[in-house]
Design a protein around this ligand. Structure first.
Ligand code: HEM
Length: 412
């Protein structure tokens, strides 16, 4: 289907390597063309203005997630069918309930001491290495903890991180990246459905809790694997990219690192600003359920729409003249859409913020200066935006590092 001539359209490839590496100039052009731009190559509408993305996310009955998140029918069927992401109405409430319980602010509060001690241990270990790869540090920290909370063995961590990213690749168009990711992404679903069981997960863990919810009749047995996939897909690469983006920006803005270190800036504000500027999930699709209008564009029932969280975070009509600038602590920074909005807003945002706060604070506490130590390399993914490697160096605060390394009475 093609729109009327008067409606803005473009033949750009939104998922080309050069666009994935730096999508922001293109987003600016597309936003300038109108609230909704038809992308011929992908057969979909692009929506990238802050208010337009927010309105569409809220209007779930018009812009539905069902058969709409991914850009291919096969991926919608294989990876999203039965998940909380595409559920609506009472079924959404039912599937979201166990996740909300596990990820509620109160549950996260009780994790803070554990997050803090893991963060301090890893911060000291990496800072004293000299130059280190921040992606390695953040992956060990974030994924190590999520795998533990899920109740899976630590040995599954590397493969789950890679498989989670592959599932995100599958949500894009049927390009080479999508095809290359298929075996890894499929392996994740096979792992969850064949190797994870009531007896293999740690008692008291998130996964054990999901089996319990099935035993109690709160969810169906068939809901367990799709719910698990929400954690393995949504809960690791996203936070990893968010925290590494924050470290990248801090390394280029020493005054903010200094403010963080001296308590004049909150780590949560640094993280929120980093994900506003570089949304770890750049966009998700929706399917129009009825004819509707966005600006001049007439969107017909059945058409695919792409909601760009990444573009909405750079919209100067919302973020002002300095939309492209890292300014942690700016007013309303946490009103960004990087964690979604409306009925499907992120269920794990509190965990992401708790992890980011724990690690950023631990690094700032144990190091006096954070600097780039080489050229970072982008992790190319159809959906995710972040770094594959990010070389950094942090000058140790010798007194605090020495103190952290002192054996406690029980260790001595
Ligand atoms: C910086 C880190 C994170 C980012 C940027 C992020 C981003 C998002 C976004 C944009 C959505 C909305 C999807 C939509 O509109 O269709 C979402 C939903 C979701 N996220 Fe996150 N997320 C993060 C961390 C996490 C974590 C740590 C978890 C769990 C451990 C998690 C679990 C979920 C789940 C279950 C949903 C689906 C909610 C629903 O459909 O009702 N996320 N996330």
């Amino acid at each position: 289907m093609t729109p009327l001539i008067a409606e803005p359209s473009s033949s750009i490839d939104l998922f080309d390597d050069t666009v994935l590496d730096d999508p922001y100039p293109l987003y600016e052009v597309l936003r300038g063309m109108g609230p909704a731009v038809w992308l011929n190559r992908h057969d979909m509408w692009f929506i990238g203005g802050y208010e337009d993305v927010k309105t569409a996310l809220h209007a779930a009955a018009t812009f539905s997630s069902e058969n709409g998140i991914a850009l291919t029918d096969a991926a919608n069927r294989q990876f999203l069918n039965g998940t909380v992401l595409v559920a609506h109405g009472m079924r959404h409430v039912q599937l979201r309930r166990p996740l909300s319980r596990q990820l509620a602010p109160r549950a996260m509060k009780s994790l803070v001491p554990e997050i803090g001690s893991r963060a301090a241990r890893l911060a000291v270990e990496y800072i004293t290495k000299g130059a280190f790869d921040a992606v390695e540090l953040v992956t060990e920290f974030v994924a190590g903890q999520v795998v533990h909370l899920m109740g899976l063995p630590e040995s599954t961590r590397p493969k789950l991180v890679a498989q989670g990213a592959a599932v995100f690749d599958m949500f894009g168009p049927g390009n080479a990246r999508h095809r290359a990711a298929a075996p890894l992404a499929t392996a994740m679903m096979t792992f969850l459905s064949t190797e994870v069981s009531r007896t293999s997960v740690r008692p008291g863990s998130w996964m054990a809790d999901l089996y319990q919810a099935a035993d109690d009749g709160d969810i169906a047995e068939d809901d367990v694997v799709p719910l698990m996939s929400a954690y393995t897909t949504a809960g690791m690469d996203t936070t990893i990219h968010g925290i590494t983006a924050a470290l990248h920006h801090l390394a280029h803005h020493h005054r903010y690192y200094k403010k963080l270190r001296t308590g004049r800036l909150k780590a949560a504000a640094v993280f929120q600003e980093a994900i506003r500027l570089d949304a770890p999930i750049q966009g998700f699709g929706r399917r129009a359920r009825r004819d509707t209008r966005v600006g001049n564009a007439r969107i017909r029932a059945g058409e695919q729409v792409w909601l760009s969280y990444g573009s909405s975070g750079r919209d100067p009509r919302r973020w002002g003249h300095y939309a492209d600038t890292f300014r942690p602590g700016r007013t309303g920074a946490d009103l960004h859409l990087a964690l979604g909005y409306g009925p499907h807003a992120c269920a794990g945002g509190h965990l992401a913020v708790a992890q980011a706060t724990g690690l950023l604070d631990a690094l700032a506490h144990h190091g006096t200066r954070l600097e780039p130590a080489g050229i970072p390399v982008r992790a190319r993914n159809n959906i995710l935006h972040g770094w594959a490697t990010l070389p950094l160096t942090i000058t140790p605060d010798r007194r605090r590092v020495r103190h952290a390394r002192k054996p406690t009475a029980t260790q001595a």
